[in-house]
Design a protein around this ligand. Structure first.
Ligand SMILES: *Cc1c(COP(=O)(O)O)cnc(C)c1O
Length: 455
């Protein structure tokens, strides 16, 4: 083990960042605005404020301020699980026999087990500051609902989580963590909303979908006094909150004079990747580095690598504003993949724009290869990674193996977004040899593109 750079670097409480980094303020061009699907006109702030907290809308539309202060109330909650460690993956380097320096930023060290708590904390805090009594959200795989239930408990807000019915049945223990933190978990579709009742009538016995859960959560928010809806990824303000990952990473790497040649992150809605790359991309946009940024998606849900850059609904119930993004079409039903957090038809508008303008590379990987990497990583670095995070591990390992061929001592940083303790059914499938790969056909994608809204 090298003497100079420790295995783990934790920033002290004093060194912890006091600001988030607003990547949009560094971008040469902004992404196209949200459109109201009824009028085709850009959404006014008031329209967004009907659904979301005021401060989040303000942040959503802020492309001027490079840094945005993290209020003390949020920094206090961050103290319970941040700063997160930056790990020099010496054992993985040794196992691969690579001259590359591999680092990962580990975001799984909290009860919810993922980076999602970074934005849950901020959004719950702002809801409380605004004087709201409750918030609503949906959850698919359950990570976001779990994170938000922790944040709602900390700030003293009531929370209703509409959880896709099949997930609530498949992951009963996730549901129990949410309930333990005081959230009300409602399997969706439910009879508590008009949207849910309509689906139940049309499709009795359905296992539900994320689109339906979103529709229920939004309806509950707009029909309940002092209640708003919160979202765990995709939106610009979520990426802003997640920039804490990148800002801390850069502070730690700067101590050792290490500049990443390659940064790798998994991409579902794009929030952890957007947060991880934020300060490095800001430098890149100012011509200060030549870092290569790689977003990794599942081959079963390839929004960047095979999607279209177009206006689309953010949800399959078609009630949200239209966003300009890489999308597979909001009707696209990704096949069951064990990385539930990456099964989203669209992509963050910021990440989409940067990709479109050539600043970001994207690759897609098949899940059996992802699990090969997950297990190799778990054996030498000790952490059982989430299937989502393992997409980044796969590509970081591939890049490190290229360095083995060329002898280059590249610095590779990847985001380890969470742990996989609630994903043991996926590990079981892998261990049993029953895990399969699914790649959608061009025909299936064309069919879904044909249904994109015309704007
Ligand atoms: C939700 C989730 C992701 C993907 O979400 P992004 O918004 O793309 O970051 C990745 N990893 C884990 C562990 C998650 O829970």
């Amino acid at each position: 083990m090298s003497r100079e750079i420790p295995y783990k670097t934790y920033l002290t409480e004093k060194e912890a960042p006091r600001t988030w980094l607003n990547l949009k303020a560094f971008m040469k061009e902004q992404h196209d605005p949200f459109l109201n699907p009824a009028t085709g006109k850009p959404c006014a702030p008031e329209e967004l404020e009907a659904v979301f907290c005021k401060e989040c809308v303000k942040q959503e539309l802020n492309s001027a301020d490079k840094e945005i202060e993290i209020p003390d109330g949020i920094r206090n909650f961050y103290k319970t699980f941040r700063p997160s460690p930056l790990v020099r993956a010496y054992f993985l380097e040794k196992a691969l026999g690579t001259p590359a320096h591999i680092y990962y930023k580990f975001e799984g060290n909290n009860t919810s087990g993922s980076h999602k708590l970074n934005s849950a904390a901020a959004q719950a805090y702002y809801a409380k500051q605004q004087g709201l009594k409750s918030i609503t959200t949906e959850t698919g795989a359950g990570q976001w609902g779990t994170a938000l239930s922790m944040a709602a408990a900390f700030y003293g807000l009531d929370l209703k989580v509409y959880m896709v019915k099949v997930s609530s049945e498949q992951k009963p223990y996730r549901k129990e963590v949410m309930r333990t933190y005081g959230a009300e978990v409602i399997p969706s579709p439910s009879d508590t909303t008009a949207a849910g009742r309509k689906i139940l009538e049309e499709f009795p016995g359905t296992g539900g979908s994320l689109g339906c859960a979103i529709a229920e959560a939004v309806e509950a928010a707009v029909t309940t006094p002092d209640c708003k809806y919160v979202l765990g990824s995709v939106l610009d303000h979520v990426l802003l909150h997640q920039s804490i990952i990148g800002v801390e990473s850069k502070l730690a790497l700067d101590k050792y004079g290490e500049n990443p040649d390659i940064i790798v992150g998994c991409i579902g809605g794009g929030s952890n990747f957007g947060g991880l790359i934020a300060p490095f991309m800001a430098d890149r946009l100012q011509g200060k580095n030549n870092t290569k940024f790689i977003g990794v998606e599942p081959a079963s849900c390839p929004s960047l690598t095979r999607g279209k850059y177009a206006y689309d609904f953010c949800d399959s119930a078609k009630i949200t504003p239209l966003a300009k993004m890489y999308t597979l079409g909001c009707d696209f039903m990704p096949s069951p993949n064990h990385a539930g957090g990456l099964r989203y038809h669209g992509m963050s508008p910021i990440i989409s724009k940067l990709y479109h303008d050539g600043y970001i590379n994207a690759v897609s990987v098949e899940q059996t290869k992802v699990f090969d990497a997950a297990i190799a990583f778990a054996k030498c670095e000790g952490i059982l990674p989430a299937p989502e995070s393992s997409h980044a591990i796969r590509v970081a390992m591939d890049e490190a193996l290229k360095c083995k061929q060329t002898g280059e001592e590249k610095v590779i940083l990847f985001g380890l977004t969470g742990t996989g303790y609630f994903d043991l059914a996926a590990y079981k499938a892998y261990n049993d040899g029953t895990m399969t790969d699914y790649v959608p056909s061009d025909e299936a994608l064309q069919k879904s593109f044909a249904a994109l809204p015309k704007v």
